[in-house]
Design a protein. Sequence first.
Length: 148
Amino acid sequence: MKKHYIYLACGILFTLLFIIFKVNIYEHIYFAQGFSDQFFNLGLYNTVALITAATAWLGAAVYYYVINSVKFDRWYNWLTMLVIVTLLAPILCFWLNDYVFAQNGLMYITESINFELVNLAVTAALFVVASFSIRWWSSNCRHTPIPQ
């Protein structure tokens, strides 16, 4: 039982480290001179990181505690949730980026799309971390995607 709390603590720590080092992580994976500068100046790294982390953890919580059904405790149902969350966060972030850039008279459509493709991988990784952090207290889905 103690190891479950260690998994939870590690997941929270991993997510907090992502939020703290978001600029370094995103710019290491994707950097475009004008786009990244404006993204930083407009504070979008903060917003995108928070939306990404929140969507990943909320998606995992919905799967393990709201859906939490014997009918959905298979790996392919978990994978479906992973795909939904992995697509949802970047789409929300793209809409936000596009809105903020338009409000500031900027056009970075291609760069925004490329950035959100990177955000797909980040979101998927955070969902996996969240899943392995909180699945232990689910009554029906705790063995998904990999049995204990």
